[in-house]
Design a protein around this ligand. Structure first.
Ligand code: DMJ
Length: 673
């Protein structure tokens, strides 16, 4: 061991090397002392020897390194925090993914085992401006992804930006994975489903569902809020004076009974769901759970109870995922089946759901063509969900039979069919209005529901539209409005029911599904006419029936109204078609027309104490003569279509995934586009 002190004290030993050092070094060596004070002195001396420039450069370098050190420390800590949080979230979300995927309420493939979490509802939000409509979302594989963690960082700024983006990307991913957003609003799923047990057509899971479910919620706009307000007002009247009964009589503050099955409440269930009315829905659900009993000695109309009750329960089941509604749907579906026990298999109009017996009306053994051919969407869906093919078999047989019948006129059908012979009766009268209307609607919609495979349905639909063009289309004077009249034994009548205003929407739906483009052109002309049926009337509300002027006469409008036809029942057809037209065209004029109609409903049919009423005279704004009745379809259809019309969210009941029954209850398309 070398020791300067020892070397100085004794004679040099042979194994030592003698080193002569300069004075400074000698002092440094002999005076070696590793103390802090010594080092400080030594460094200070060196520092003093540097030029001013050198010292400035060194100081600058130190300062720069210090700043860099602080920045990189902060970003590393942040990045680690974010990575750690992310992996915890990932674990949680990954555990949830199987549940979320199964539970997608856009199309439920089968009955579920347990009740859904009924506490989860879309929330209303007004914060962000709506996205433009009709801009389809890019498929998920085309969407721009947030930067990933392994990106290369060039500068400290890059690093900071990367950390920010990471945190942002994590936020987005967390949101995307933990919600289902079928209507553009956030719903936490909590439900399980099992595949159907039958051989009946099973739905394929739409590939686009995931991408669309991950999009941002679309906020509700002012017009939609006005619809919500109208619904609440109507509901208040029903709740206060007619709770659990079929229809509200808002003026006499009482109710009317048709089947005694809470028709308005059931018809309104899915509307409440779509409008996001959580409390109202909960209350109504309780009534369905505790008070809706089908085991009653009561005659119901097969068609009306199918489209309103069965349809309403099925769609509510699909939207909410709550098996209560499916159980009730099965119950009523089974109780309606006796209607099909006829010699011809063409169902009777009436069924006693308690006794299990069915019969035609007292005065005839005929059924209405629209009625027996507009129950198919609902019974087919019931088969798909229950795995019991009897429902679908019964209604498919009706369609097959009608397909083969003679007595049509270029695809147009008469209004009656005999339940014994299975033949059309009252031949020679053709209309797209009452008693025939939804036959045409359901041809197209069944074809869509079944994945566009059932060619006979499409053939009948296409032929019928050709028949309409050939026999029923005319133009009015002075505005040359295209309208659909009626044909009676070769004579054309310029009469058009408001009911016919479903047609523009149906034509547009067909065109959207790849049918002839001229169907859309016709739809555009007809919806203009339907709008004029409101706009040309004193109250701005359409009468039940109009007659069009075929010849120009001074002082006459296109639309003439007979005293017996000037009532308005709060019907939905025009608003329904406006909704389809807006969805497929994006033309805001359709929303504006609907807005006018809503305002006129508020002006002339709103009852201050709650509810809306049908009126007797659309031509008298100072006394529209309230009828004291709110039809269930006002809540089931009219307000629902209004709300959808004002929405800019194409996923709010996406028309490539759902098909509406004739009472505005959306049912899933089995093979969605
Ligand atoms: C509703 O019950 C249905 O829309 C049906 O198809 C026709 N009539 C009413 C509405 O007007």
């Amino acid at each position: 061991m070398y020791s300067g002190a020892a070397a100085a004290a004794g004679p040099p030993r042979r194994d030592f090397i003698s080193v002569t050092l300069g004075p400074e070094e000698a002092v440094g060596v002999s005076g070696y002392n590793n103390s802090k004070a010594w080092r400080r002195r030594s460094c200070w001396r060196k520092w003093k020897q540097l030029s001013r420039l050198q010292r400035s450069v060194i100081l600058f370098l130190f300062a720069f390194l210090a700043v860099c050190g602080v920045i990189s420390y902060t970003s590393t800590v942040e990045a680690w925090k974010s990575i750690t949080n992310k992996s915890l979230d990932d674990q949680r979300i990954e555990q949830e993914i199987p549940r979320l995927k199964l539970a997608n309420p856009a199309v439920l493939p089968a009955p579920q085992k347990a009740d859904a979490n009924r506490g989860d509802y879309p929330e209303l939000s007004l914060q962000k401006p709506p996205k433009p409509p009709h801009v389809r979302h890019a498929p998920s594989n085309l969407q721009i992804k947030a930067p990933r963690r392994n990106m290369r960082l060039k500068t400290q700024r890059d690093a900071m930006r990367a950390v920010e983006e990471l945190v942002e990307a994590d936020k987005v991913e967390k949101t995307e994975k933990s919600i289902i957003s079928w209507r553009g609003a956030v719903i936490e799923p909590d439900q399980s489903t099992e595949p159907p047990s039958s051989k009946i057509m099973e739905p394929e899971k739409p590939s686009s569902v995931e991408a669309e479910d991950q999009k941002e919620p679309v906020p509700i706009n002012e017009r939609q809020l006005a619809v919500i307000e109208a619904f609440r007002h109507a509901w208040k009247g029903y709740k206060d004076f007619a709770w659990g009964h079929d229809e509200l009589k808002p003026l006499s503050k009482s109710y009317s009974e048709w089947f005694g099955l809470g028709l308005t409440l059931i018809d309104a269930l899915d509307t409440m769901w779509i409008l996001g009315l959580k409390e109202e829905f909960e209350e109504a659900r309780k009534w369905v759970a505790n008070d809706l009993v089908f085991d009653k000695n009561v005659d119901v109309n097969l068609f009306e109870s199918t489209i309103r009750i069965l349809g309403g329960l099925l769609s509510t089941y699909h939207l909410s995922g709550d098996s209560l509604f499916l159980e009730k749907a099965k119950d009523i579906g089974n109780r309606l089946m006796p209607a099909f026990k006829t010699p011809s298999k063409i169902p009777y109009s009436d069924v006693n759901i308690g006794r299990g017996t069915a019969h035609p009306p007292r005065w005839t053994s005929d059924s209405t063509v629209a009625e027996v051919t507009s129950i198919q969407l609902e019974f087919r869906e019931l088969s798909r969900l229950t795995g019991d093919e009897k429902f679908q078999k019964a209604v498919d047989e009706v369609m097959k039979h009608v397909h083969t019948l003679s007595g049509k006129n270029d695809g147009l059908v008469p209004m009656f069919i005999n339940t014994n012979s299975g033949q059309f009766t009252h031949l020679g009268v053709y209309t797209l209005g009452a008693r025939a209307d939804s036959y045409y609607e359901y041809l197209l919609k069944q074809w869509i529901q079944g994945g566009k495979k059932e060619n006979e349905l499409l053939e009948d639909y296409m032929r019928a539209i050709e028949g309409v063009k050939k026999h029923l289309l005319q133009r009015s004077e002075p505005k040359k409005l295209t309208f659909v009249g009626e044909l009676a034994h070769g004579h054309f009548s310029a009469k058009m029911d408001h009911l016919v205003c479903f047609l523009p929407g149906t034509l547009a739906l067909g065109a959207h599904n790849g049918l002839a483009a001229d169907h859309m052109k016709l739809a555009e002309s007809l919806i203009e006419t339907c709008y004029q049926m409101y706009a040309q009337v004193e109250t701005g509300l359409s009468p039940e029936i109009v007659h069009f002027n075929l010849h120009a006469q001074k002082g006459h409008k296109d639309v003439e109204i007979k005293p017996a036809d000037r009532h308005n029942l709060l019907r939905p057809e025009t608003v329904e078609s406006l909704f389809y037209m807006y969805r497929f065209s994006g033309d805001k004029k359709y929303q504006d027309w609907g807005w006018e109609i809503l305002q006129n409903f508020n002006r002339y049919t709103r009852v201050p104490t709650g509810g809306y009423t049908s009126i007797n005279n659309v031509q008298n704004p100072s006394n529209p003569e309230p009828r004291d009745k709110m039809e269930s379809f006002f809540l089931g259809e009219t307000l629902k279509y209004m709300f959808l019309l004002f929405s800019d969210d194409i996923d709010l009941i996406n028309l490539d995934k759902y098909v509406f029954n004739t009472e505005a209850h959306p049912l899933p398309i089995w093979v969605p586009a």
